[in-house]
Design a protein around this ligand. Structure first.
Ligand code: PNS
Length: 162
């Protein structure tokens, strides 16, 4: 069974992430979305909330599951008996950081590889931080995130759809 791991902060999940999830899920028998539970970076959503939002968005995807992890990604990948990490690349500016963590992970565990999918052009500008910024000013985020999670995002800023 081929298991792929798609890790990230997903704070919150965006259409850019969904694009990578849809495309990479076709490459594996099981794609596990691994949500970083990071104590250092203070996220808008708790890890449990981020997992729940992604579950809502992926509920019709049969071979996709969602879990939180903390500690090293490579340890989570091994625990899940996976051998491939998936990351999305939006622009050249992503590349340097991604190359560094992919090579570090490969150095720590040489039987685990990272594959990169280039984000679809229509989402190449998009990031979770942009979504948080727009939502904080009560802007329309419907072009950036799936509609079912919009109320949860607005609620964080004490805003509502009306
Ligand atoms: O969505 P992000 O914030 O770009 O995702 C970054 C992530 C979660 C892939 C990365 O920070 C990560 O793997 N963190 C866990 C700690 C780790 O294993 N770091 C890589 C070795 S330096």
């Amino acid at each position: 069974m081929r298991i792929g791991i798609y890790p990230g902060s997903f704070d919150p999940v965006t259409f850019g992430h969904v694009d990578i999830i849809l495309r990479s899920s076709k490459m594996f028998d099981l794609l596990i979305i691994a949500v970083l539970n990071n104590n250092v970076k203070k996220p808008l959503f708790s890890a449990e909330e981020r997992v729940e939002l992604i579950r809502q968005v992926t509920k019709n995807m049969r071979n996709v599951s969602v879990e939180a992890f903390d500690g090293l990604l490579i340890d989570f990948v091994k625990k899940k008996n996976a051998s491939t990490i998936v990351r999305g690349l939006r622009a050249v500016s992503d590349f340097e950081y991604e190359l560094q963590i992919a090579q570090t992970n490969h150095k720590m565990s040489s039987d685990i590889d990272t594959v990169f999918l280039t984000t679809s052009l229509e989402y190449s500008y998009l990031s979770s931080s942009i979504v948080r910024e727009i939502a904080s000013y009560n802007g329309d985020i419907s072009k950036f995130v799936p509609k079912e999670i919009i109320p949860s995002i607005l609620a964080k800023y004490n805003k509502s759809l009306d």
